[in-house]
Every structure is written in structure tokens, then in C-alpha cells.
Write a protein that binds this ligand. Structure first.
Ligand code: HEM
Length: 933
């Protein structure tokens, strides 16, 4: 393949080039550098994995976009854009302050950051797709077509034992049609109508790393042995040592915490945790709610196979009080036979990873945690006999307000498919690891489902003969009037709407608070609405781009993916292909035409699960507040663990949804960092495991599961994703913090702890340890990582991926996750949209109804509603989650009034331009949460 000229987002690029040509600001050095950047032209997209863009730029580029600071920090391994102007809080802006024109320093910084991120996305699509079914085709191509533009695969046909096998074409060409393409199916089949099995329940997880580099514990190649010696194993280093020495939350009053269960006798519960000032507990449970939609490695929350041991063999771990008697479910392995190889050119490749695992959930963003992912889980989902388009919601507890009258989920019945330890829980598709947090979101979105049905029915009553917009693929020409819409159809439309609302909330509200800075605000909104923004202002450009994108999607050229991803940023991913001229429900090429899998069928990679092991987000105790008393007062501290499984029902009944929302909305979540795992998860009672202790340390389990699934250790993980490697544990320290600063000292202390746990060795510069990257001078990377041959180096290569990303001190401003987690997200978050027909070419009234599509686009009924003022300089709609809460818990109206983003602590002053300050907003000065630090 020829090296491609960089064709990154042409909109940004064009404006940037034009504007830099005229830079006339006070930063002479920086301006001069901009001129050099223009002269040098833009970097090329790499066609070689080993020399890809690592988020590190040339001196002139750094100076142009961020001045001296950006230049200075080019020496550290962390991405450069985090030091550009305008990418932090108000203090990060250039002398131009609020002037965000592309020619101003601040504008250049933000544009530059977006440009770097686009480069990363393009090269991630180019280098990081490894599908366990189809990799050979991807590398070798098929019938003269390059592998990365192949769109259909035999491996994704429905098998003969699938009940829909005959309906999709049996052993002939398989194409879904009729009822199977109308709605999101229970098992996720027929989302891609030409690849019926893609993303469906029980298909294999994919990978984002070269198969050869997965499962380092096996020591299968010389390179892997060079990298790790004999230092790795499933229980090596001892996961319980890592858990206790590096992950445990220190407590100032251990008795008052009682390992997260509260004090034994009388007395107030108190557990310390490190808090993130700009993200709340609602956000923590939100992401667990999402993971229950996306993936699971267990069948019905468990595995029937015998239990396995979980470490605690080392004297060091035993000295810290680990539990040798813990046990866990054995892994469900799909295939661990020899993976087979093939050769292309003179390179030999594995056809799949040495072991594979099934995603026992649908991979689609389809709200399957609510609606189920197979017949068994669907049978737990209860419909309202009085209106079968609705989910069954029942009165519960004291009726406090109008929201309570919308009801609560019914409980699981003995006749439901369930495990005994789910008894007493609310009935829903995905019931595992249930707590007050899951109860909250399931109730909110089940109410939202019903509110939508009510709205639709009201619209139908007002205009029974009107066209609902829906169409039956078996009779595409026939109008379906409002009066003709059946209960089942409306149920499925409501599901489509709820799933799309969830995806929108996640993309433009949750993520923009998780990554709280201007480049990510723009980037995430671009994923949903496009860089051009919503509305009709840019109709012409949008249409022109849509045509280009259509043609690219049909192209046979292997460069098409690069262009595709770049151009998609203009109109946004959502709705791609849905506005095609003459779009026809009878034409599968139109219905399916907007999806793009970039040559690799969609499922989550195992590496994605790793970076969503976000257990430290949870505090141990909930700071309970009462809406009807004084919202500023914490009335009680309730252990989250006392809501684990069935007991969540009692807690929800006594608190009610409104108080639960207030409680979790005001409380800060836990920072993702070392030494911050909830005590209760390290000491979780799991009697069903019938182990000696009846307990499990979820922090240790997180490590064991990753090792079991062959996740590369942290440094190779970074190299695989195109990030700069670390050369010692010291690299984890954020040197932008002044020496002696408390946070810097904390990070330095953990460097020592890492050295203790993972150790050091005398390096051998003759041992090459990777082929994912090379040194800047083109030489191979060796065991010495640039240090002198024979010197003592840190065992940085052995650090578990989770431990590594938790240890990352330097992070872009407002990032609740680390840059290593983020890069996994850049690739997979956009693929999750690019690959889903219901977010692209089938994002149309024929499927959602006209009423439903408007509901998703406007965040509810009755058109767009705008937020007051210009938060962080943006005219903004009232956020989608705020609208959902206002509909489903109207009691929150006053409390939510000043809230701009539901995942920002509700009483925090949002202040000027992405501040992270922990200060009360007017009216919340008495809130005691602002007193404790
Ligand atoms: C009350 C709260 C929670 C409990 C009791 C809980 C418990 C657990 C347990 C026991 C496992 C291990 C299952 C196994 O591999 O055998 C697990 C896995 C996991 N948890 Fe949690 N968790 C909680 C909250 C969260 C939150 C807030 C997140 C945030 C994203 C999260 C993300 C995950 C992920 C990604 C996995 C791996 C799933 C897989 O292997 O497919 N959990 N959790």
C-alpha cells in the first residue's frame, strides 16, 4: 500500500492551514513555529505498525499549539495534546483567553488536539482490528479485494441449529428480511442484515492486539520470553499481593468502615476514599449499567464448572492478611486448541488468539440489560397486562411524589429463570451484580419506556389516521397509520428509542464529563452530531459529505477506511447512510448501507473489558440525602454492599428513586487510581462459591481474569495501541506537579510500591522484546528499554494492564480515565456506532416512527429545549439525561434546575471553562460535602 498523504478531517485541516498562514499574535516563537509547521506539511498516515503516530509531535508543532510547556513535556511518554493551549481549564488558554478562533493560540491548541485524536483513530482502525473469526481474510483479502473493505463473512452466517436459519436463507446466501429486520432482535441477530450472526449473543469477543502478543503467560515466542523471562503466571505476581499492596483503600478509621460493611456495633459508618471533584456516583453506576448492556463472560452470571483458586501464596501477601481460602468461577473458554497459522508475504500469522471466549450478551448498544439477550433472559422481562406495549411497573412503598406513581419494577418470581441468590431482586434482563445503582437505572429507563409509550399513544389518539412513519418490510409500500400500530410494534419501537437515548446520553453527556475538556466536548459531539453540529445551518456541506462517504463505503480501495473515518466527522456517525437519495426499505443495500466494519466484524475486544474494570469509581458508603428535608444535609451513610442483590429492593423502597438520584447525584465518585478500590469489593461475600471463606476479592479477580484472557501487560498494551512505552516506574509520576506536592508524593510512594511488588532485573540489550514499535532511530526495542546493557531496570513490562492504567499520574485535564484507557475507547466507542445499522442507515422513521425519531433527536417530546446561558462557551440543549430524569422523576425539578450535566456533582459550581474546583454553587453553601476537604 502506498503511503497516504494525511487527509485528516478536512474541515479542521483547511481552517487550520488558512488560519496559521495569517498568525499575528504576541507569541512570536510560537507563531514562527506555526510557519515551520505549515512549511513542513502534515505528517503522513503510517502504513507500518512499528512507526505509527504515538501522540508525540515535532518540536515546531508542540510550540505552535501549546508554546513552551507543550515543548517541554515532549520528553515524557504521555501524549502531547494534553499540554496544548485551551485543553485544560481557563488557565490553559493562551493570551487570547476566550477567543477560540482557529488562528488564535487557544484555537490552535484545541484544533491541534482534535487533529492528534483523529490521527490516532485512523491508525487504530488501520492497525488494531483482530477478529477471531475472520482475521485471515483481513490480512489476505478476498477475490482481489483488500481485506479491510470486505463486508460479508461466512463465519457470521447463522448456524443450522439457529431457529431463524431457514428464514435468513439456510445454506444459500443469507440475508435477513421481514420481521427479523424490523426491530432489534432479542439475541442481536440481523442487525447487519448481510451478516446475521454479527454481534449476537454467544459470538466470540474480538481483540485489538496482535494475536501473537496475547497470552504472554504462555511464553509462546522468543520475543515474549525476552520480554518477561519466567516472571509471569496466572497467579504471578500474586494477585492478592497486588490487591492489598497497590489497590487497597487506606482507612483512617478501619473500624468505622468495617471493610465497607460499616461498623460492627453501634456508631457511624465512615470510609475514606479518593474523590474525583467533577464526576458523581450516578456516573459510576451508569457505566456498570452500560457494561451490562455490552458484554459478559459468564452464563447467567456464573459458570457451572469447578471453582479455581485465586492466589495468596506469597508470604508478602499473607503478611498483609490475604485469604488463601477464596475461590472464583473457572473461566468459560470457547476454544483453546491450536489456533492455526497462515503466511502472507514472508510473515507467518496466527489465525486467532490462542484462547477465545464468548460474549454471552449481545454486543450491540441495544439496552439488552433491560430487555434481555436470549429467550431465557427475555422471559424475566415483564410486560404490563393493561397495556402490553409497556413494561410492568408497580406501586411500591410510600407514594412520595408524581414519579413514584409511575411505579417500580416487579420482583423476580419463583417461576422466573433465576439463581437463588437473585431472590428478592427486581425482574430484568441482566440481573447479576445488582445493587441500588442498577436498581436505579433499570427503574428510570423502564419508566422512560412507559412515558414514551404514553406519549406515542397520545399522539395516536390525536391523529389516529395519520402516518406513524413506521413501515413493515414485508409490505414496504403500505403506510402504517397511528391507529394500526400494534402493542408489540410499539413495545419494540420504545425499545429502539430507549436504546438510542442511552447511546446518546453516553456519547454526549456521560463521556463529555468523564473527559471534561474542550477537545473532548467537541470530539464527542462530533461523533453524534458531527463537527458541523445539529440543525440545518450546514445542510449543503452535510449532503456533499454524505455523498462522498457513501461512495467511500462502496469503494474497493484499501485507503477507503482512512477517508471514511475522516469524512464521517463532518456530518457525524449517527444517521450515516439514512439520508441517501431514494432510500428504499425494500433494498437491503439501503437498509444496511450505512454500516462500516472496516473489514473486521464488530464485537468488543477483550482489551475493552480490561479498561472498563472501573471498580474504584465506587465509594463504600452512600451519603444519603432526603429531597423533602434539606438536600444539603447528609442524613445517613449507607454501605453500598448492604444493597448487594436482593437487599437493593428494600433500600430502594425506603429511599425512593428521587432520594436515590439526589444522593448519588450530589456525591463524588472515586478517582481511578492506585490505592482506591472499594473495601467492600475486596471483601465481597459470595456464598454461592462455597469456598472456605465464602468471599471474593474483586480487585484480585480483575487481575486474574485479565491474565486468563491473555491481555498483554501494560507496556506492550501501550505499544500495541500506538502509545509511547514507559522505561521505568518513575514515568508514572506527573512531573508537571511541583516537587513536594501532596499528590506527587503519593504517586512517588506508589512507584516504590510497584518496585516492591513487580521487582527489577539486570537487563540484556541483545534481547528484542517487541515488534509493535521501534526506537526513534529505527533500532529494535530491547529488554534494556534504552538503559545501559547490564543495568538494573524496573520490571515495567510485567505490570498488569489494570495496575498500569491506574498508576498513570499524568492525564489530560478533566480525564477521569487515563490516556491508555482512552485510546481503547477512541477506537471502540466509534466502531460501536459505525457498525450498528440502527444508528446509521436504519436510523429512520420506518423503524423508529416519526414520533420516536424526533424523541431521540430532541431529547424528548415537544421539540428542542435549550439550557440557560452558554456553559463552557457553548449554546447547549438541556442534556438528554436531565430530560429523562425530569420525565421519570419530576420531583427533581428544582434540584435539577441548575444542573447542566447530570454526571457533574449536582451542587458543584461549574464555574468558568472546565474548572475542576470543588466549590458549591449558590444555594449549596451549606452542603457538608464541601466541608470535608
Ligand atoms: C455493587 C457494585 C459491583 C459489584 C458487586 C461488582 C462485582 C463484580 C464481580 C464479582 C465481577 C467478577 C465476575 C467474574 O469474572 O467472575 C465483576 C466484573 C466486572 N465488573 Fe463489577 N461490580 C460492581 C460494580 C462495577 C462497576 C461500577 C463497574 C464499572 C464499569 C464494573 C465493571 C466490571 C467489569 C468490566 C467486569 C468484567 C466483566 C466481564 O468479565 O465480562 N463493576 N464485577
Amino acid at each position: 500500500m502506498n503511503r497516504l498523504k494525511l487527509l485528516v478531517n478536512p474541515l479542521v485541516l483547511l481552517v487550520l492551514a488558512l488560519s496559521m498562514a495569517g498568525c499575528k499574535d504576541e507569541y512570536g516563537r510560537s507563531n514562527a513555529a506555526c510557519a515551520d509547521v505549515i512549511k513542513a506539511g502534515f505528517r503522513e498516515i503510517s502504513t507500518d505498525r512499528a512507526t505509527r503516530f504515538k501522540g508525540k509531535v515535532q518540536e515546531a508543532t508542540a510550540l505552535c499549539r501549546g508554546g513552551d510547556k507543550a515543548d517541554e513535556y515532549r520528553a515524557v511518554p504521555w501524549v502531547d495534546w494534553a499540554n496544548y493551549w485551551g485543553t485544560g481549564d481557563a488557565g490553559s488558554r493562551g493570551p487570547d483567553k476566550t477567543d477560540l478562533k482557529h488562528s488564535s493560540p487557544t484555537g490552535r491548541g484545541i484544533d491541534g488536539a482534535l487533529l492528534d485524536l483523529e490521527y490516532q483513530r485512523i491508525e487504530l482502525i488501520e492497525f488494531n482490528l483482530f477478529d477471531n473469526y475472520t482475521y485471515r481474510d483481513y490480512v489476505q483479502g478476498r477475490h482481489g479485494r483488500p481485506g479491510n473493505v470486505i463486508k460479508t463473512w461466512d463465519a457470521l452466517r447463522l448456524p443450522a441449529n439457529d431457529p431463524h436459519y431457514g428464514a435468513v436463507g439456510g445454506d444459500g446466501v443469507q440475508v435477513c428480511d421481514g420481521e427479523l429486520i424490523r426491530h432489534r432482535t432479542v439475541t442481536g441477530i440481523c442487525n447487519d442484515i448481510l451478516n446475521p450472526a454479527m454481534g449476537s449473543t454467544n459470538t466470540l469477543f474480538a481483540r485489538n492486539v496482535q494475536f501473537e502478543t496475547s497470552f504472554p503467560d504462555l511464553g509462546a515466542s522468543e520475543m515474549v520470553r525476552n520480554r518477561h523471562g519466567d516472571r509471569l503466571g496466572l497467579l504471578k505476581p500474586d494477585p492478592q499481593l497486588v490487591s492489598r499492596r497497590l489497590l487497597a483503600r487506606e482507612q483512617s478509621d478501619p473500624e468505622a468502615c468495617g471493610d465497607g460493611y460499616g461498623p460492627d456495633g453501634a456508631g457511624d459508618a465512615h470510609c475514606d476514599y479518593i474523590k474525583a471533584p467533577f464526576f458523581n456516583v450516578l456516573a459510576a453506576f451508569w457505566i456498570q449499567f452500560m457494561t451490562h448492556d455490552w458484554f459478559s463472560h459468564l452464563e447467567e452470571g456464573r459458570n457451572q464448572a469447578p471453582f479455581a483458586k485465586v492466589g495468596c501464596d506469597s508470604p508478602e501477601a499473607q503478611a498483609l492478611g490475604c485469604r488463601p481460602g477464596d475461590a472464583m468461577d473457572r473461566a468459560l473458554v470457547a476454544d483453546d486448541g491450536p489456533p492455526g497459522t497462515f503466511t502472507q508475504g514472508d510473515t507467518a500469522y496466527l489465525q486467532r488468539a490462542p484462547k477465545t471466549f464468548r460474549n454471552t450478551n449481545t454486543a450491540w448498544w441495544d439496552a439488552s440489560q433491560i430487555y434481555g439477550y436470549d429467550e431465557l433472559s427475555r422471559s424475566r422481562v415483564k410486560r404490563d397486562p393493561d397495556d402490553p406495549a409497556k413494561l410492568l411497573m408497580q406501586p411500591r412503598g410510600a407514594l412520595r411524589g408524581p414519579g413514584d406513581r409511575q411505579g417500580y419494577l416487579p420482583l423476580l418470581q419463583a417461576s422466573d429463570p433465576m439463581h437463588p441468590d437473585w431472590a428478592g431482586q427486581e425482574a430484568t434482563g441482566f440481573p447479576d451484580n445488582w445493587s441500588i445503582g442498577m436498581s436505579f437505572y433499570h427503574n428510570v429507563f423502564s419508566r422512560e419506556h412507559n412515558v414514551f409509550v404514553d406519549g406515542f399513544r397520545a399522539a395516536a389518539r390525536a391523529n389516529p389516521g395519520g402516518d406513524s412513519g413506521l413501515r413493515d418490510p414485508d409490505r414496504p409500500g403500505q403506510v402504517i397509520r397511528y391507529a394500526d400500530v400494534t402493542d408489540d410494534e410499539l413495545f419494540e419501537v420504545a425499545r429502539l428509542v430507549v436504546a438510542a437515548e442511552i447511546a446518546k446520553i453516553h456519547t454526549i453527556e456521560w463521556t463529555t464529563q468523564l473527559l471534561y475538556d474542550e477537545p473532548l466536548y467537541r470530539g464527542m459531539n462530533a461523533n453524534w452530531n458531527g463537527l458541523l453540529g445539529p440543525g440545518d445551518d450546514h445542510e449543503l456541506v452535510r449532503n456533499a459529505l454524505a455523498k462522498v462517504i457513501e461512495r467511500l463505503n462502496e469503494s474497493n480501495r484499501d485507503s477507503a477506511n482512512t477517508w471514511y473515518s475522516v469524512f464521517a466527522s463532518g456530518p457525524g456517525i449517527v444517521g450515516l447512510g439514512s439520508q441517501k437519495e431514494g432510500w428504499d426499505l425494500a433494498n437491503p443495500e439501503d437498509v444496511n448501507g450505512g454500516v462500516n466494519h472496516f473489514g473486521s466484524p464488530f464485537n468488543f475486544p477483550e482489551e475493552f473489558i480490561t479498561v472498563y474494570r472501573l471498580h474504584p469509581l465506587l465509594p463504600d458508603l452512600l451519603e444519603y440525602r432526603d429531597l423533602n428535608a434539606d438536600p444539603n444535609r447528609v442524613v445517613d451513610r449507607k454501605p453500598i454492599v448492604s444493597s448487594f442483590r436482593g437487599p437493593a429492593t428494600d433500600m430502594m423502597t425506603s429511599m425512593g428513586l428521587a432520594n436515590t438520584a439526589l444522593t448519588m447525584g450530589r456525591q463524588r465518585l472515586g478517582l481511578l487510581t492506585l490505592g482506591n478500590h472499594p473495601r467492600f469489593l475486596q471483601n465481597l461475600k459470595m456464598e454461592r462459591l462455597e469456598s472456605e471463606t465464602g468471599m471474593i476479592d474483586v480487585a484480585a479477580l480483575d487481575l486474574i481474569r485479565d491474565r486468563e484472557r491473555g491481555i498483554p501487560r501494560f507496556n506492550e498494551f501501550r505499544r500495541q495501541y500506538g502509545l509511547e512505552q514507559l522505561t521505568s516506574f518513575d514515568d508514572f509520576v506527573d512531573t508537571r506537579l511541583p516537587a513536594g506536592n501532596a499528590e506527587r508524593r503519593r504517586q512517588e510512594a506508589y512507584v516504590e510500591a510497584l518496585r516492591e511488588v513487580y521487582g527489577q532485573h539486570v537487563c540484556d540489550a541483545s534481547k528484542i522484546i517487541t515488534n509493535a514499535q521501534v526506537n526513534d532511530d529505527g533500532s529494535p526495542i530491547t529488554d534494556c528499554l534504552g538503559h545501559a546493557d547490564g543495568s538494573t531496570v524496573d520490571n515495567i513490562e510485567d505490570v498488569d494492564a489494570v495496575v498500569g492504567w491506574l498508576a498513570e499520574g499524568p492525564r489530560p485535564h478533566g480525564f477521569a480515565i487515563s490516556e491508555t484507557q482512552f485510546v481503547v475507547f477512541i477506537l471502540n466507542a466509534s466502531r460501536r456506532l459505525f457498525s450498528d445499522r440502527f444508528f446509521t442507515s436504519s436510523f429512520r422513521p420506518e423503524f423508529y416512527s416519526t414520533y420516536g425519531l424526533a424523541w431521540v433527536n430532541n431529547n424528548g417530546p415537544d421539540g428542542k429545549v435549550m439550557e440557560r446561558g452558554e456553559p463552557n462557551g457553548h449554546v447547549q440543549e438541556v442534556s438528554p439525561m436531565k430530560r429523562v430524569l425530569l420525565r421519570t422523576i419530576p420531583e427533581l425539578r428544582d434540584e435539577l434546575d441548575p444542573v447542566v450535566n447530570v454526571f457533574d456533582p449536582w451542587a458543584r459550581e461549574r464555574g468558568e471553562y472546565y474548572t475542576l474546583a470543588w466549590k458549591p454553587r449558590p444555594g449549596a453553601e451549606d452542603d457538608e460535602a464541601f466541608r470535608d476537604d
